[in-house]
Design a protein around this ligand. Structure first.
Ligand code: DQA
Length: 160
């Protein structure tokens, strides 16, 4: 099973930008931790970061037939992008939304997520650990999908 991790604008600046809000950890270090969880749990993982909305939409679309799930921190586009929301909705893959900071404790314009209604779940305010939680959640979703498929196959073979 393969997970594509998509990081939105300015997340390439982690470790440098507003460390009081986002902490000292760099994006690459978060990815290293995610990679090691993936390896331990037999999951494929790929990372993508862009500061451009259209590139993020393209990468989500490319997930069809390539990935089994998406972990996304759309960063500022969370609050504005109907295009990213529509892309997530279109690909019909389990998708976890992650935010390092607690968006509900911050400015009012961050309280609204355009993305949340089309995601399987949202993890917000847990810092870099939130990405780990998203991996655990995705792993669980994959196990549930696998169990459901096995049950369907068993039911079909009983009917035959
Ligand atoms: C963020 C929260 C957003 O409001 C903000 O624009 C970001 C990062 C987070 O991870 O806490 O760039 O998504």
């Amino acid at each position: 099973m393969k997970i594509v991790v998509i990081q939105g604008p300015n997340l390439n600046m982690l470790g440098h930008r507003e460390r009081n809000i986002y902490g000292p950890m760099k994006m690459e270090d978060i990815h290293t931790q995610m990679k090691s969880f993936a390896t331990q749990n037999n999951l494929e993982i790929e990372f993508f970061q862009s500061n451009l909305e259209g590139e993020i939409v393209d990468r989500i679309q490319e997930c069809i037939g390539e990935a089994d799930g998406i972990i996304i921190n759309p960063a500022a586009y969370t609050h504005t992008s109907i295009a990213i929301r529509d892309a997530i909705s279109a690909v019909q893959l389990p998708t976890m939304e992650v935010h390092l900071s607690n968006i509900y404790q911050r400015e009012e314009f961050r309280h609204k997520s355009m993305i949340a209604p089309v995601c399987s779940g949202q993890i917000t305010g847990m810092g870099p650990f939130g990405y780990h939680l998203a991996m655990v959640a995705m792993h669980q979703v994959f196990n549930e999908i696998r169990a459901m498929r096995e049950q369907q196959v068993a039911q079909k073979s009983q009917q035959a």
